[in-house]
Design a protein around this ligand. Structure first.
Ligand code: ADP
Length: 169
């Protein structure tokens, strides 16, 4: 009987706190889409324990790419970067979970793939900085901005995930 009660209590846990509900914006760039890396990349975030709350595939306009990369306007690579981001389909996503902004960046690796550790997405799949597969927000503030740029609030799906009780204590 005691064991049953303990099991019942455990099954009732897994409530997601505000901290666990941290969100980040992740985008698979046109090179990642063309190279067939969508499933691999989604699998990495999913298996980590993070929750996918929004996803869409679209070809951004160059103007929209410029908004996304506004902080780089004026840099020598800006034109090439916005041309490239708008050159084909991008898979835009919002992932949710504890530490997802910072840890998501660790999973992605350094900006330059040759400086990214093996095991990271850019380390495993990329070579050059202009073909580095994936974007991830670099702070909670930029995550908020980027999620707001790419998605409407209604796009974000709120749902419980049964595995959370096995991921969070
Ligand atoms: P990250 O994507 O790691 O946050 P940055 O915000 O510094 O990196 O740069 C945004 C994107 O611009 C990079 O992911 C890369 O695609 C491109 N980029 C950055 N630096 C260069 C560079 N020196 N030459 C070409 N492209 C660059």
């Amino acid at each position: 009987l005691a064991a049953t009660a303990a099991v019942a209590a455990f099954v009732g846990s897994g409530t997601v706190s505000a901290e666990e509900a941290e969100r980040t914006f992740i985008a698979i760039k046109p090179d990642g889409v063309q190279r067939g890396l969508i499933a691999d990349i989604i699998a990495r975030f999913e298996r980590k324990g993070y929750k996918l709350v929004a996803v869409k595939i679209l070809v951004p306009t160059k103007e929209f790419a410029g908004k996304h990369y506004a902080e780089h306007e004026g840099r020598p690579f800006f034109e090439g970067l916005t041309d490239f981001l708008s050159s084909g389909p991008v898979l835009a996503m919002v992932w949710e979970g504890q530490g997802v902004v910072t840890y998501g960046r660790k999973m992605i690796g350094a900006t330059k793939p040759l400086e990214s550790a093996p095991g990271t997405i850019r380390g495993d799949f990329g070579i050059q900085v202009g073909r580095n597969i994936i974007h991830g927000s670099d702070s909670p503030d930029s995550a908020k901005k980027e999620i707001g740029l790419w998605f409407t609030p209604e796009d974000l799906v709120s749902y419980g995930l049964d595995i959370h009780k096995w991921v969070y204590e």
